[in-house]
Design a protein around this ligand. Sequence first.
Ligand SMILES: Cc1cc2nc3c(=O)[nH]c(=O)nc-3n(C[C@H](O)[C@H](O)[C@H](O)COP(=O)(O)O)c2cc1C
Length: 313
Amino acid sequence: MTAPPNRPAPDLSVSVAGITLKNPVIAASGTFGYGLEFEDIVHLDRLGGFVVKGLSREPMTGNPPPRLYETTAGMLNAIGLQNIGARAFLDEKLPKLREIKNTVVFANVFGYTREDYERTIQILNEGEGIAAYELNVSCPNTQHGGIQFGSDPHLLDEVVRTAKRTSNRPLIVKLSPNVTSIAQMAHVAQEAGADAISLINTFLAMAIDPETRKPRIANVTAGLSGPAIKPIALRMVYDAAHAVKIPIIGMGGIAQASDIIEFLLAGATAVQVGTASYWDPCATEKIVDALRMYCEDHGIERISELTGGLLTD
Ligand SMILES: Cc1cc2nc3c(=O)[nH]c(=O)nc-3n(C[C@H](O)[C@H](O)[C@H](O)COP(=O)(O)O)c2cc1C
């Protein structure tokens, strides 16, 4: 089905934390490298934007293999936040990313102490061409017995305040789903200064090989992503949207255009696509095209008007 010839092309643009995106589709951190790896297969300028692999103050080698395992409708990963470090990102990746016109680059940041986050952001502040920081708070706090920053309201409050104070860019706080009340965490992030929130990161999970009686992943536990988590992600976006006024970037299992519509109706302003890039490296760009067609077919003129449009009666 194609759009009637005299109907204007749908306006897919959205605005998050003061940043205008040409469409709401952002490639998710950890599934899109530093963007450059996808340059030959995805037109990066057709995406709303992309989030680079999580960056830390020092380079990290990550966990030993096996680090990935496919589950029913999902994927387990325990990559261990392998990355080249914030300084090498500035020196080696960012100059090349800046040569690609019309792209919006988000830098994902993590740490194991509040000082780690502070130092990583200070380094990245020196670079040009980063639209915003996305703070990954699904990391164990080594100064507080390994509890995740994003699983404790006080730790979350502290780390977001520190990041906000340090950052010279808009701050997106990426929430962990491994909590009792996502609404509470969303509200804490907002009050601590977040300009937007993104959710969800992966669920703590595991798989066992019954024959060998060994874990499928060397790290034993891992993060679950992909279509298996979509209904829970959607519920969490819905809950968060009712708890905050700042924009929400929703993700978790998005694989087709109609999934994006669901996330927008639940309250998201933009979305991220992660695991889908593992089964088709061109998934992000294809989903932008599919979204445009969906809007044409359904007479949706401005996609931003869908946000929070769920009908409950
Ligand atoms: C292999 C892999 C690596 C990831 N690395 C990161 C990371 O470095 N930082 C981060 O915030 N999230 C990371 N994530 C989480 C994703 O960005 C996303 O939140 C999650 O996978 C849910 O979306 P999806 O179901 O579309 O993949 C990673 C996910 C996967 C599958």
